[in-house]
Design a protein around this ligand. Structure first.
Ligand SMILES: Cc1cc2nc3c(=O)[nH]c(=O)nc-3n(C[C@H](O)[C@H](O)[C@H](O)COP(=O)(O)OP(=O)(O)OC[C@H]3O[C@@H](n4cnc5c(N)ncnc54)[C@H](O)[C@@H]3O)c2cc1C
Length: 472
């Protein structure tokens, strides 16, 4: 069966390899050129990727994503390591030395990942895909139109292939839209009268990232937790390959005063105020401040009332839904989505495109949509919280779901089981229901929570932060 994947990002490449393993003949097309060489430094410096705005932003491969790659595509993990990815980075290692938490446990190995920068991860996936029987990757091919068949499948129009910028028609039994945040497909579908339903969350964070490296290739200092929320700002660190790492200050997109963080001096002065993260900024910088906004969360619905809106084409990864990037879940969700598509193909085959589209929409809604809903809720409250802090106030809400999330964050430092419950969710190894509700940890959280401060981790007030940023 011929499958055409639009987009050779992480999701498109993993999708292609998983479908090829089912016997499909897969062509992946991408508008951007390939990497200059397969050396990590050259990939980082020289790979032009205008199709992916966040290509050189902070990225962490979560343990849930690594687990999927190890199980399904072990050759890709070997390539990651060959390019300098660091095996055995444990996401909670920074907590082992903290008092009252009991140190390392044997089962903590499950929180390990490979530390790697996004371009290097993608180069590894690409090299593996290019060597996979049944997969052909074509670069420099931009999709500009959709081919549609005359037949309507179960009342839905059917896509039978794509048109490229050079006027080439590429036909396929299934088109997979893995075009990411910038995918043209939703707009192309609208042109043929089948615009998918789109849901948008209230988001709008800005990312101010710097990359660093050690002089001798050793990893950077590890903070107790890679993402901590503070008054007005969240701080995020991600480990990289070959002795590199990134640190990011995340603000609300509405926070005009903190736009000054694009200035390297202001950024460095701000970072110094967060003692858990400050040591990460004391090494050789690899970049200036890389600022990025416009990272809205949205999600498509490809089926309605037991019928796909369109047959012969399915969205995966960021083309289906984008979530708040600060939690580092995007690529792992994309890999999972690819595996769900493979499972749907296994179950119903390619013969009935409408049935496949519908089944895939159902499993997407069952397994991935709840993750999106949780993030949408968090984003809405967090932005309102920062708005209140900008006004000099304190945010309160009657929403139990938000209050519980905030309580889990606050009490993780008081209880090693809660800490690991949160790690399960944050590493995408378990759902909140599995990790916190079914395990009975919620009761523990509720008992410990009264009286805990909203921000348990050391950091400045907004006023002190602004003073440092202004340099006065
Ligand atoms: C600031 C930031 C930080 C992030 N941090 C993390 C993190 O720590 N961990 C994590 O897992 N995720 C993170 N993410 C999310 C992650 O970047 C995405 O989830 C991931 O890129 C999705 O992969 P994808 O393959 O679905 O889409 P993309 O990576 O966007 O790939 C889409 C591909 O489609 C191609 N394409 C687009 N249009 C066309 C066309 N017309 N014709 C042909 N090709 C086309 C593009 O060139 C591109 O190669 C972050 C995102 C942001 C914004």
């Amino acid at each position: 069966m011929r499958t055409l994947v639009v987009g050779a990002g992480p999701t498109g490449l993993v999708t292609a390899m998983l479908l090829a393993a089912e016997g499909a003949e897969v062509t992946v097309v991408d508008r951007d050129p390939g990497p200059p060489e397969s050396d990590a430094a050259a990939v980082w410096q020289g790979w032009r990727r205008p199709g992916v705005n966040q290509f050189r932003q902070t990225h962490c491969l979560l343990p849930g994503g690594l687990r999927l790659l190890r199980d399904e595509l072990p050759g890709a993990v070997d390539r990651l390591l060959a390019l300098g990815g660091r095996q055995g980075h444990n996401m909670i290692a920074g907590t082992w030395g903290l008092p009252g938490l009991g140190g390392r446990r044997p089962e903590d190995d499950r929180y390990e990942t490979v530390a790697v920068r996004r371009p290097v991860l993608e180069a590894a996936l690409l090299a593996e895909a290019e060597q996979t029987p049944g997969v052909t990757v074509r670069r420099g091919v931009r999709v500009t139109g959709l081919l549609t068949g005359d037949a309507r499948t179960a009342g839905s129009p059917q896509v039978t292939g794509v048109l490229t910028q050079d006027g080439e028609s590429l036909t396929a039994d299934l088109v997979v839209d893995a075009g990411g945040r910038n995918s043209p497909v939703a707009e192309l579908l609208a042109r043929i009268g089948t615009a998918p339903d789109e849901q948008r969350a209230e988001t709008g964070f800005r990312y101010y990232t710097r990359f660093f490296r050690s002089a001798d290739g050793t990893p950077g200092p590890q903070p107790p937790w890679p993402l901590c929320h503070h008054d007005s700002v969240s701080v995020l660190s991600a480990p990289g390959d070959n002795g590199t790492w990134s640190v990011t200050l995340v603000t609300s997109g509405r926070d005009q005063e903190l736009r000054a963080l694009t200035d390297t001096g202001a950024w460095q002065r701000a970072l110094k105020l967060y003692p858990w993260f400050a040591p990460l900024g004391e090494a050789e910088p690899l970049t200036d401040v890389l600022a990025m906004g416009g990272t809205e969360s949205r999600r498509l619905r490809a089926g309605v009332d037991g019928r796909p809106l369109v047959a012969g084409i399915v969205p995966v990864g960021d083309a289906w839904a984008t979530v708040n990037p600060q939690f580092g879940t995007g690529m792992t969700m994309g890999f999972r989505h690819a595996a769900l598509l493979r499972d749907a193909v296994r179950a119903v085959g390619f013969d009935d495109p409408a049935d496949l589209a519908l089944r895939f929409d159902r499993v997407t809604e069952t397994f991935l949509a709840p993750v999106w809903d949780n993030f949408a809720l968090w984003d809405r409250h967090r932005l309102a919280e920062i708005d209140a802090e900008i006004r000099g106030g304190t945010y309160t809400s009657a929403d139990e779901a938000w209050n519980l999330q905030a309580a889990v964050e606050a009490v993780r430092w008081m209880d090693p089981d809660v800490l690991r419950g949160l790690a399960e969710v944050a590493c995408l190894l378990a759902t909140p229901e599995e990790a916190l509700l079914k395990s009975g940890l919620v009761e523990k959280v509720l008992a410990l929570a009264p009286g805990t401060p909203r921000y348990a981790e050391p950091g400045p007030t907004r006023r002190a932060l602004l003073t440092a940023v202004r340099g006065v």
